[in-house]
Write a protein that binds this ligand. Structure first.
Ligand code: NAI
Length: 695
């Protein structure tokens, strides 16, 4: 049942019923049309209340129907709205909790709207690269006025219903605590015989000379929209509500909506939206897997990562103790935390009271006994197996039974760390990204012995601390850094062959990356990669890599923190200035290698960097390190600044076409350091079968 029908006196009540948010899927639309028609046909009914059962009026389109023919099957949302609008008896929308997207468009098709305060009112389609396609852009300005409607359509931001009381959107906003249904039925009985029935479509948008306002909006939105076409299309369609008669405006909106549906930008945004939801699902860990309670946390190590990780818990209201070996290091870590919070207060993003509250949740200690009762402990000490093993042995000895023992290691073998304890089922990797209190990504590393309840608990925890959790299997670098290594390798080879850091960064930033590889390395610290390469050179001496980055580190150019890296930096500034010294060193290095430098096109730079990610991503997928291609996309979108409008490396490869990607990889395999380009068997197979990575 996806719409309930009851009659109270002479008022029919149609209640959308499609949990969790009464998404307007085909079955719900059909049931709603049938219910309205039934009420219209019943002579005993004089008015109709349309509302939503459970937690929402309606959250809009049913996301489960996205990209399926059902979305376009009759009755479409348009048809449902027409049935409501053309009904010969008054239809009153009774709105509570959530009224968004198609839900709001449906309400706008009703003759009257009454609401409870606290309902979230929005047209959020722009966030998926779309615009409201069922009359929202034409009807909302008719009740809210041009400026307010434009703001809501372009931003997609929800507005609480009480803020809209007094506009023509609502005929009445009841006081909090009112029995909405009873009040709406009473309202409907009162207007049952009012004629003519008011229709939003018949109202005029009152804005005598809108051109200047529209032009200013157009320019402002253009500057903010970046590569996304939807915000500007929103401006144009809302503008049409003033310049065109209603039906023409509606057709224009339809045409723009269908156009946006096909744009790569909207496809990428919809992919990212679905990918984020998919990432929290693990096939062999069902939704009803029991979770452990997390009420107290501990962090070992008060360095760069440990302090940021502790802040995540405090922000979520979970008390956390940081353990250090030396009082000095502990004090420094706690001072960093205070400074971070105070900066946020200074920026006006946190109240002083909340700041103190959060700081009070974070305590420090030098004794394992003080963390023994924590429900979860996250180790963030030096990246050294010996140190980690010794910490885990102590955690094993001191932590209470059932505590989750997590490591923030970025490269070390989690199974080996787990083996240093007597409870490997309680050990898991929680790989945060720097700065840990800011970056959205959390790789949740599942060891071979990690318990399903431990995994389920950490997936739930990632939501609680507002991270995008993505599950990874155990391998060197997990999903993100393992792929990044191939990307960086290509970036370094490009320097040897003829490119300079600013050219490589420029090309990939124009592609849309937040930051090119060299600016990123300067920010993260070039010494981290140096340390890892030295370890690799011992473990895997056969893997060729460029020595350029080592030459840089040998000169102490570790990046922003030393005031010099791939670029020069002025004291206290983050602006990367091309360094003649580094560029000479790069050219000299090519000479030493006997490589004749050549002009390298931006397109080659982008292909080599992005396809290096794709090829390694395919191997990661095939090995089962990642559960699905969209998880890899989530890692890159939320942790590595991959351009959102391209949907992540795997989605991007699908949109280019895998045969084309494979051709390029084979071409590179025939070039210098071609051994780095062995095509992933999965890529070869999918390309041959004419398929993509997205199942
Ligand atoms: P860091 O050097 O800033 O901090 C390490 C802290 O651990 C120091 O304060 C040190 O005093 C403390 N420590 C060392 N041994 C200890 C012990 N036995 N007991 C208690 N405290 C001890 O290092 P950072 O950068 O915070 O890295 C920590 C871990 O996080 C490493 O495993 C690293 O690979 C990983 N990681 C680092 C990222 C980064 O960007 N820095 C990103 C993701 C993971």
């Amino acid at each position: 049942m996806s719409a309930d029908y009851t009659v109270q006196g002479s008022v029919a009540v149609v209640s959308l019923n499609n949990p969790p948010v009464n998404g307007l899927g085909l079955a719900t639309r059909s049931a709603a049309v049938a219910a309205i028609e039934r009420a219209e046909a019943d002579p005993a009914v004089t008015a109709i209340v349309l509302t939503g059962a459970g937690k929402a009026f309606s959250g809009g389109a049913d996301i489960r129907e996205f990209n399926s023919p059902k979305a376009l099957t009759e009755p479409t949302l348009h048809s449902l709205i027409r049935v409501v609008e053309n009904c010969s008896k008054p239809v009153v929308a009774a709105i509570h909790s959530v009224c968004m997207g198609g839900g709001l468009e449906l309400a706008l098709g009703c003759n009257y709207r009454v609401a409870l305060p606290g309902a979230q009112i929005a047209l959020p389609e722009v966030k998926l690269g779309l615009l409201p396609g069922a009359g929202g852009t034409q009807r909302l300005p008719r009740v809210l006025g041009l400026e307010m409607a434009l703001d809501m359509v372009v931003s997609g931001t929800p507005v609480p219903s009480e803020k809209l009381a007094g506009t023509a959107l609502f005929d009445q906003v009841f006081p909090a605590g009112t029995d909405l249904l009873a009040a709406a039925v009473e309202f409907a009985a009162r207007v049952a015989h009012a004629r003519p029935l008011p229709k939003v479509r018949e109202r005029a948008v009152d804005y005598p000379h809108p051109e200047a306002f529209i032009q200013a909006a157009r320019e402002k939105v253009k500057a903010m929209a970046g590569p996304f076409p939807a915000p500007l299309a929103c401006v144009e369609t809302v503008a049409a509500s003033v310049s065109k008669p209603f039906e023409e405006g509606l057709s224009f909106e339809r045409e723009r909506f269908l156009h946006l549906m096909q744009t790569p930008e909207s496809k990428a945004l919809r992919h990212a939206f679905m990918a984020e939801r998919a990432a929290s699902k693990v096939p062999d860990v069902p939704a009803d897997t029991p979770v452990r309670k997390i009420e107290r946390a501990a962090v070992v190590g008060a360095g760069t990562m440990g302090t940021g990780i502790a802040m995540n818990f405090a922000n979520a209201g979970i008390p956390v103790t940081i353990l250090e070996t030396k009082g000095e290091a502990l004090d420094k870590g706690l001072a960093t935390i205070r400074k971070n919070y105070e900066n946020t207060v200074r920026k006006g993003k946190l109240t002083q009271e909340k700041c103190e509250q959060r700081i009070s949740l974070i305590t420090g200690s030098l004794s394992y006994a003080d963390i023994a009762q924590a429900d979860i402990v996250i180790e963030a000490v030096f990246e050294d197996m010996g140190v980690k093993e010794s910490v885990f042995r102590q955690l094993d000895e001191t932590m209470k039974p059932g505590a989750i023992l997590a490591s923030n290691t970025s490269t070390l073998d989690l199974d080996r760390i787990a083996a240093s304890t007597s409870r490997p089922q309680d050990v898991i990797g929680l790989h945060f990204f720097s700065p840990a209190n800011v970056m959205k990504l959390l790789e949740i590393v599942r060891g071979k012995a990690t318990g399903k309840d431990v995994l389920a608990t950490c997936l739930a925890l990632s939501k609680k601390i507002r991270k995008t959790g993505v599950v990874s299997g155990v391998c060197d670098g997990f999903i993100g850094n393992r792929m990044l290594e191939q990307y960086l390798r290509q970036a370094f080879f490009l320097l040897e062959e003829g490119a300079l850091p600013e050219q490589v960064d420029g090309a990939i930033e124009r592609f849309g990356f937040a930051m090119g590889p060299f600016r990123m390395s300067d920010l993260a610290g070039n010494d981290i990669g140096w340390y890892i390469r030295k370890r690799r050179a011992v473990e895997s001496p056969h893997i060729a890599y460029s020595k350029t980055a080592d030459l840089l580190c040998e000169q102490g150019r570790f990046g922003q923190k030393t005031g010099a890296g791939w670029y020069d930096y002025r004291a206290g500034e983050r602006k990367a200035i091309p360094s003649p010294l580094v560029n000479d060193m790069i050219v000299q290095h090519s000479r030493d290698l006997g490589v004749e430098r050549r002009d390298i096109a931006d397109s080659e730079i982008v292909e080599r960097l992005v396809y290096a990610l794709v090829n390694e991503g395919a191997k990661i997928l095939e090995e089962g390190i990642a559960l699905r291609a969209s998880d890899i996309d989530m890692v890159y979108l939320s942790g590595y600044g991959f351009p959102l409008h391209r949907g992540g490396p795997m989605f991007y490869a699908d949109s280019v076409g895998l045969p084309r990607v494979l051709d390029a990889i084979r071409r590179f395999a025939g070039g210098r350091h071609g051994e780095a380009w062995k095509p992933a068997p999965l890529l070869e197979r999918l390309a041959a079968e004419g398929k993509g990575f997205q199942a």
